[in-house]
Design a protein around this ligand. Sequence first.
Ligand code: PHE
Ligand code: CO
Length: 296
Amino acid sequence: MPTPRKVAHQSTDKGQVPVYTTAVVEQPWASYSAQDHQTWGTLFRRQRELLVGRACDEFMENQQRLGIGADAIPKFTDLDRHLRAATGWKLVAVEGLLPELAFFEHLAAREFPVTWWIRNPQQIDYLSEPDLFHDLFGHVPLLLNPIFADYMQAYGAGGVRAATFGNEPLTNLTRLYWYTVEFGLIRTPAGLRIYGAGIVSSKGESIYSLESAAPNRIDFEVRRVMRTRYRIDTFQKTYFVIDSFEDLFKATVDPDFGPIYYDLKGLDSIPAGTILDSDQVVHRGTGEGWASDGDI
Ligand code: PHE
Ligand code: CO
């Protein structure tokens, strides 16, 4: 059995360049150093505390159900038992970022790719690519929720299909993932809460997404989201708010996206911070601290 590689972004004079890998490996659990376990523990404790009253109940409760804690990096095979019983998902250990189609195919098969390696101590507050902490702490809990679990599988199948329609549909679908799975907010009786994995795994954005006056918070609308550019290297300028996972499911899984992709073809994209007249605005951001360029 070959030792899994750590495949990370390359630092060049043009900035960080993503490197892709498709290998599925075995989680080399015995190879984690004391420092790796400590990094996990530090991040786990910090986020778990910060997320009380900020992350939605489904996230907090399902994370608790996984039986993970600050003392050691979890074993994927232990998590698989919970996932299998709850929703039939399983984790596959990967070496780094997957190419789009490979990622979609895993999701469509109810396999969630989790990067096996964890960031080093200098990257505690930020790194520019997913690592074990982001993938596991951020994404795995909601895979225990039956509706969200089905949404993720349908998304994967939808991605495989979008790839046959060309590049624009793929871009539309990537934006949907970004603004839901990674950076989604949800309305609850107690107020707005976080469900996006990119937020819950970030100390700064857990606070900023809910409490800062700077970003826009807008009701989720599928076509609107599909046209909206996003930020990969700063906090988001706009967050989209869903009413429930059922509503998200009804707005995305039920409709055939074929005609929607067709309608959206050739329409201008919407800059990350723009508010439209047709938006249901929850909060109009002040835009304070926004970079003027760099929307993807
Ligand atoms: N309903 C979409 C389609 O017809 C698939 C999809 C499901 C996309 C869930 C995103 C999320 O392609
Ligand atoms: Co992610």
